[in-house]
Design a protein around this ligand. Structure first.
Ligand SMILES: *[C@@H]1O[C@H](CO)[C@@H](O)[C@H](O)[C@H]1NC(C)=O
Ligand SMILES: *[C@@H]1O[C@H](CO)[C@@H](O)[C@H](O)[C@H]1NC(C)=O
Ligand SMILES: *[C@@H]1O[C@H](CO)[C@@H](O)[C@H](O)[C@H]1NC(C)=O
Ligand SMILES: *[C@@H]1O[C@H](CO)[C@@H](O)[C@H](O)[C@H]1NC(C)=O
Ligand SMILES: *[C@@H]1O[C@H](CO)[C@@H](O)[C@H](O)[C@H]1NC(C)=O
Ligand SMILES: *[C@@H]1O[C@H](CO)[C@@H](O)[C@H](O)[C@H]1NC(C)=O
Ligand SMILES: *[C@@H]1O[C@H](CO)[C@@H](O)[C@H](O)[C@H]1NC(C)=O
Ligand SMILES: *[C@@H]1O[C@H](CO)[C@@H](O)[C@H](O)[C@H]1NC(C)=O
Ligand SMILES: *[C@@H]1O[C@H](CO)[C@@H](O)[C@H](O)[C@H]1NC(C)=O
Length: 742
């Protein structure tokens, strides 16, 4: 299935060689040659020698930093479920950044950021751009910085500046937004400081079993002759841009593959990176096994693409309806229901018999395998100019011409009834279902309530959004501030023959294909690029403009169509705009395109209903960090879970960015040496308030001992920060008893 299977070495042998390389002779030419030869890439010494003598065309920079917001008492981002409040940490969220500058004209540069968050956001982007442009005047600006996301549904919420996504998080959460901005700026700063000459190569491979279409009935509405051009109802290509040093050794990569970050379910409350954050960790740990997570020099990028109708839950959706005759059967296909209701319809990942975390690991590993296959073969080099173009586009009643000359318009944002039906990755509530495009009257209660939530749509909006029955008319809701974005970022980044379409939303599979092909055709027809033009959809990035389905899918109004907020011509408007901007990717063109006004800064008006931490106290006779329940005295073995419980304090007092709430320490030559952090997937950090009145809390730390862990003497350290009634915050540490692994 993967290219790797056909390589002349078993993955385990390749692993060992990779580890050996990284540990012993990192970035040493000898090692690189050996690795290439081993994977059968090295055809002749002369070709490599000639590659070595060509001066590298680019300056490349890569960086990683921690963006994890408050891991407790905060709503999580993705499923829009107000009940999903976080209680601890599985893995930290990171931003990773890649900078490409033209070595002969270094001001020509682009930055792609892949953050382990649900989606890009205009407010976050604005702050990141402001800070970077003042740190490095003349180098980074609104045009060349792209804020992409992994579309994780397991991260900290509350950071989007529009009101609608804040409803489930009780308003804007400054701590979340500040952590994302600070960590993202740091990742770009690290990338900037690591800029040095290097080269790029691009290619793709097929990854078959890491995504499925969660709205196949909508996909089928696309014309048969169009569908016949594709083998699958999902894009299965993983595209990878390899970053190499001047000597040819790999520094990292940026890859794109469309699969939703919904491996970890809605009932999880531990902060994590979902399947793409996990894939990045797995890859980086494979290359630098002795580094702490997030502290590698190799940067592995697993970015999102036309993710709209994808699901990582590859086993399909089934009814979990105990006692009902349809229990265990596949859900009804058009509406994803079980007994006419969405609530019981749940999609299953490949590890569902064990857990959603196991599914997450498997989907991550399949993306890792795809990327590893591409890192092990000779890919075509990227050569040519570095260019970018960015404009703002106001989607409210935006008029444009279709290719056949007919004038159409997009609409102020609105969400349909199918939106409230949710998806098989996270079912909706009440009596809403997907695939609801009827204009007939429905539940009178919702008809009444919806007018109280958002203004009832005027006739021009109803007509514009047709055939979407409007549930939330967010485009007309401006109180206390704008509910959904009207103005989106439109951005294209070019490096040589590669163009990234940085998209303000989640395109469905077919929407992504139409956009890519239209842009590619224009690039070639207008002479901006040759026939090797390579176009990739990147996002959801910059602004969150929800979904983008095709017009045919829109008519069916499954979740993706019902969430295509600017109406049935949304995709065609983007095709019109992105193809029109292609001319600005020509190196000769130095003018800027016309643009609509930038959206207003809403963060200055942001409302937050969150309470701060009042104070922390230890129970009578105890101190912060005291052990409440200790590790066992008997020796542990691989696969055992080590567990301890401590007198805790609220982790919101100090996010410990770039640090950790816990370490597993090993006794090495009489010294305690940290060998695991709170970001290793094998460890878990959980916090539990034990009394609101007394301000007491407890922390659970656990570690599942991985295969390959050295026998020896270990302990847990808990790092906490307690707040006194006067507001001062004091750090403390606690240790478990020592334990042994045999
Ligand atoms: C994958 O690479 C091949 C060869 O360069 C190219 O023809 C194809 O269009 C690429 N696929 C995608 C989805 O870009
Ligand atoms: C979470 O939901 C899944 C799917 O419904 C279920 O199988 C699992 O047991 C739930 N986990 C917890 C911890 O409740
Ligand atoms: C991160 O790596 C650097 C060098 O690679 C090392 O000096 C530093 O101690 C590491 N930090 C952590 C927290 O492991
Ligand atoms: C589902 O709805 C259909 C059509 O309204 C009806 O015939 C059927 O009995 C319903 N099924 C259940 C289990 O309620
Ligand atoms: C977007 O366009 C609409 C319709 O032309 C206009 O009423 C609105 O003020 C514009 N919004 C912004 C933020 O520019
Ligand atoms: C142009 O194409 C659109 C979309 O397919 C269609 O609705 C419209 O009728 C066409 N206009 C003409 C003049 O053919
Ligand atoms: C509503 O969706 C059905 C398929 O579920 C489709 O046959 C019908 O044409 C759609 N209605 C409209 C008005 O587009
Ligand atoms: C640990 O568990 C894994 C996964 O279940 C299994 O493959 C492995 O053999 C186990 N290792 C030991 C030493 O029991
Ligand atoms: C911590 O562990 C204890 C004992 O196993 C359990 O009762 C408690 O629910 C756990 N707390 C959290 C926050 O998981």
């Amino acid at each position: 299935m993967y290219i790797l299977d056909s390589l002349p070495c078993a993955p385990t042998e390749l692993d060992r060689l990779l580890h050996w390389c990284t540990n012993m002779f990192h970035r040493v030419w000898m090692c690189f040659t050996a690795l290439l030869a081993y994977t059968g890439v090295l055809e002749s010494q002369s070709r490599l020698a000639s590659a070595q003598t060509q001066p590298p065309q680019y300056l490349l920079g890569l960086g990683i930093a921690d963006i994890t917001g408050p891991v407790v008492e905060t709503n999580m981002m993705g499923y829009a479920n107000h009940a999903q409040m976080d209680t601890g940490l599985h893995m930290r969220q990171r931003s990773r950044a890649w900078i490409v500058a033209d070595a002969s004209s270094p001001a020509d540069r682009i930055v792609y950021i892949n953050a382990d968050i649900g989606m890009g956001d205009t407010g976050i982007r604005r702050s990141v751009v402001e800070q970077l442009s003042s740190l490095y005047p003349g180098l980074y600006n609104d045009g060349n910085i792209a804020l992409g996301s992994t579309h994780s549904h397991a991260g900290v919420g509350g950071y989007l500046e529009n009101l609608l996504p804040q409803l489930s998080s009780l308003g804007y959460v400054h701590e979340t937004a500040d952590a994302i901005v600070a960590g993202t700026v740091l990742a770009v700063k690290r990338a900037h400081e690591s800029l040095r000459p290097g080269s790029l190569a691009v290619g793709n491979t097929t990854v078959l079993d890491a995504n499925i279409n969660r709205s196949p009935s909508a996909y089928l509405a696309n014309p048969a002759e169009e569908r016949a051009r594709y083998e699958y109802d999902q894009d299965k290509e993983l595209t990878l841009l390899r970053f190499e040093d001047a000597d040819g050794s790999a520094r990292g990569f940026l890859s794109f593959f469309p699969v939703h970050g919904t491996s970890i379910y809605e009932n999880n409350t531990l902060i994590s990176g979902d399947n793409k954050g996990m894939a990045a960790y797995l890859y980086e740990a494979m290359v630098e096994p002795n580094a702490m997570p997030g502290n590698t020099s190799f940067v592995a990028g697993f970015a999102q693409s036309n993710v709209g109708d994808t699901s990582p839950n590859t086993e399909g959706a089934f009814c979990e309806s105990p006692g009902k005759e349809w229990d265990g059967l596949p859900c009804e296909i058009d509406h994803s229901t079980c007994g006419n209701r969405t609530q019981d319809c749940h999609a299953r990942g490949p590890g569902f018999r064990i857990s959603d975390f196991e599914s997450n690991r498997i989907i991550a590993q399949r993306q890792v395998d795809g990327a590893r296959a591409l890192m092990g073969v000779d890919l075509p080099k990227v050569a040519g100019p570095v260019k970018y173009v960015h404009t703002y586009l106001n989607m409210s009643f935006h008029e444009f011409q279709l290719p056949n000359g007919t004038t159409v318009q997009t609409c102020p944002p609105a969400l349909g009834y199918g939106f409230a039906g949710g998806t098989t990755d996270g079912p909706g509530a009440f009596d809403f279902v997907q695939g609801d495009n009827s204009s007939s009257p429905r539940n009178p209660f919702w008809e009444l309530v919806k007018g109280a939530v958002t203004p009832l749509p005027p006739a021009e909006q109803v007509e514009c959004q047709y055939p979407k029955p409007i549930l939330l008319n967010v485009g007309y809701a401006h109180s206390p501030y704008t509910w959904s974005p009207h103005v989106v970022d439109v951005q294209l980044l070019r490096v040589g023959n590669l163009v990234l379409l940085v998209m303000p939303g989640e395109l469905t599979t077919m929407a992504g294909r139409r956009l890519r092909e239209a842009v590619r055709a224009r690039l070639v027809a207008s002479g901006v690029m040759g026939d090797d033009a390579y176009v990739v959809v990147a996002g959801p990035a910059n602004t969150y403009g929800h979904y983008v389905s095709t017009r045919e899918e829109y008519a069916v109004q499954r979740y993706e169509g019902a969430s295509t907020i600017y109406g049935q011509w949304t995709l065609d408007a983007y095709i019109d705009k992105y193809t029109d901007l292609v001319q600005y990717l020509n190196p000769g063109v130095t003018s800027a395109p016309p643009t609509d006004d930038a959206p207003e800064d809403l963060t200055v008006r942001a409302i937050t209903l969150r309470n701060g931490v009042i104070q922390d106290r230890a129970p009578f006779g105890k101190h912060f960090g005291d052990v409440l329940e200790d590790v066992a005295a008997a020796p542990y073995r691989v696969n055992d879970t080590v567990y301890a419980r401590f007198v805790g304090a609220n982790p919101r007092n100090n996010l410990r960015l770039e640090e950790t709430f816990l370490t597993v320490d090993q006794l090495v030559n009489g010294q305690w040496t940290p060998v695991r952090s709170d970001s290793h997937p094998s460890t878990r950090f959980e916090w539990l308030r034990t009394s609101t009145t007394f301000g007491t809390s407890a922390v659970n730390i656990s570690w599942v001992i991985e295969d390959g862990t050295a026998p020896g003497t270990y302990r847990f350290t808990y790092f906490g920060d307690a707040k006194s009634l006067t507001g001062s915050i004091k750090s403390f540490e606690g240790h478990s008893s020592i334990f042994t692994i045999s």
